[in-house]
Each structure stands twice: as structure tokens, then as C-alpha cells.
Design a protein around this ligand. Structure first.
Ligand SMILES: Nc1ccn([C@@H]2O[C@H](COP(=O)(O)OP(=O)(O)OP(=O)(O)O)[C@@H](O)[C@H]2O)c(=O)n1
Ligand SMILES: C[C@](O)(CO)[C@H](O)COP(=O)(O)O
Length: 232
């Protein structure tokens, strides 16, 4: 049984609003994607990293990846949605990855993955019958909005007991995840929801808010500050 990482990196970063796809935006002097790759590559239990790019990606080649040859393989099969990218990547990995091998799917847009959180996920899920994901119990009070002409207004408060915010990596066996994503369709926003649709219950492994997803411009500033102190 082996562990592989699949990094979906074929998005356009529309919510970031930049000219450059956010996974290539500079973050503490290197492209954002490199931070996640470095943490994943440093985990000795992970045999290989597969980065899934858009077939039209023209930026990857602008960077120096010498020395990564043994640890990383680029797959140019990204799709129109994140779920499609992941499924296309799984299919391309099938020549090397057995059905019971573990695949850790990690967003290129999460550059601040703490090494200890990655290690904890592997420790706690490697013998799990289903798989699991990093997540954080919801700490804020949650409001359900009602759209009005004057903008969003709080219609109700959603009880936060038992609610967690999903992060990545999300770790499932190659065969199960491929089956789940094929059955669930292209609009799944994470791997765990496809697994849940099979009637399975992924394990929630507690992470923390440092492992944020860089979505909006202000997240880039936060990520830079976190990275300055991460894994010190
Ligand atoms: N068709 C897609 C869409 C997203 N992703 C990847 O999935 C991760 C999380 O997605 P998100 O934060 O939504 O990135 P984008 O889709 O690029 O952002 P946006 O939704 O703002 O366009 C990112 O690493 C992104 O590159 C992908 O591989 N293929
Ligand atoms: C997978 C994920 O990061 C878990 O929170 C999230 O669902 C990705 O959503 P996005 O809209 O594709 O960024």
C-alpha cells in the first residue's frame, strides 16, 4: 500500500481577480503552488506527487523544477471543475496507482499546510476503512442570508454544533475515490462529499485555521504572514 498526493492546480482563480491564476501568484518569493508541493514532498510516506494542470497551462514552464523529477509528475488533464480535474488526475494516475493505494488530494490554493497536520492525517487515517480529511470545527456563529434589494440580511442562525469546515488534504483509496467521483458528477466541491454519497462517513481529523484556502486577495496577505512563522 502506497500514499500519493494529487494536487488539483487547473483553476483560473476568478475570485482572486488577478491576471495570473492564483496558484502561480508570488507568495514569499515563490509561486503559491510551490509551498504546498514542498510540504507534501517533505512527507517521507508520500511516494509521489501528481500535479494536475490545465491542458492550456503556460505558466508551469516558467519556473525551475530541477531536482523534482523523482518526486513529482505533471498531468495536463485539468477539467472545467475541480471535481473533473481530480477525476481526470485519478484516471491518469491509474497506470501507477493501485486501487487500494491512498491518494491525498490537496488544493494548490492551500499553501500553508502545517507539516504536523499532514502527519496527523496520515497517522489517523492510514488504517481507516473509509478515509478522511483535515477539517476545523466551526468557531463563528453562522447566519443564513436572505437576499433583499438592500443586500444580504440575516434570516436565521444555523446551529454550529457538529459543524466542521472541510479543508484538504482529503485522503481516500484510489479505487473508492474514482468510483465515488464518477457516480457523484462534476459539481462536487470536495472529495468527501462524493464519498458520503456512497453512504460512507469520512473521518474528520482536526486541523486549524492556518491551513486556509487562498480565495480572495486578502487571503494572500494572511497566507504570507502565516508562512513566515509556519514549521518554525
Ligand atoms: N477546474 C478546476 C477548478 C479548481 N481547481 C483547483 O482546485 C483548488 C481549489 O479551487 P478554488 O480555490 O476554487 O480555485 P479556483 O477555481 O482557481 O478559484 P475560483 O473558484 O475563484 O475561480 C485550486 O487549487 C484550483 O486550482 C482545479 O484544479 N480545476
Ligand atoms: C476542497 C475544499 O478546499 C474543501 O473546503 C473546497 O471545497 C474547495 O472549494 P473551491 O470552491 O473549489 O475552492
Amino acid at each position: 500500500m502506497s500514499f500519493y498526493a494529487l494536487i488539483p492546480a487547473a483553476g483560473s482563480g476568478s475570485r482572486m481577480g488577478g491576471k495570473v491564476a492564483k496558484q502561480y501568484m508570488p507568495l514569499n518569493s515563490i509561486p503559491m503552488i510551490a509551498h504546498a508541493l514542498i510540504v507534501l514532498a517533505r512527507e517521507p510516506r508520500i511516494s509521489k506527487l501528481f500535479v494536475v494542470l490545465s491542458p492550456t497551462d503556460k505558466r508551469w514552464g516558467n519556473y525551475e523544477w530541477a531536482g523534482w523529477e523523482d518526486r513529482l509528475q505533471v498531468l495536463r488533464c485539468g477539467g472545467a471543475t475541480r471535481a473533473e480535474t481530480v477525476l481526470n488526475g485519478l484516471q491518469a494516475m491509474a497506470t501507477e496507482c493501485a486501487a487500494d493505494d491512498w491518494v491525498l488530494v490537496h488544493d494548490a490554493a492551500r499553501p500553508c499546510l502545517p507539516a504536523e497536520s499532514l502527519s496527523r492525517l496520515l497517522d489517523e487515517v492510514a488504517d481507516d476503512p473509509v478515509g478522511g480529511l483535515l477539517a476545523v470545527p466551526v468557531a463563528d456563529t453562522l447566519k443564513r442570508a436572505a437576499g433583499t434589494e438592500s443586500g444580504a440580511r440575516a434570516e436565521a442562525t444555523v446551529p454550529r454544533a457538529g459543524l466542521w469546515q472541510a479543508q484538504t488534504p482529503q485522503m481516500f483509496r484510489h479505487g473508492t475515490l474514482s468510483e465515488a467521483l464518477r457516480a457523484a458528477g462534476a459539481d462536487m466541491t470536495d472529495e468527501a462529499s462524493a464519498i458520503e454519497q456512497l453512504g460512507l462517513q469520512p473521518k474528520l481529523v482536526e486541523s486549524d485555521s492556518r491551513n486556509l484556502k487562498v480565495t480572495y486577495p486578502q487571503d494572500l496577505v494572511l497566507a504570507g504572514l502565516i508562512l513566515e512563522h509556519l514549521n518554525e
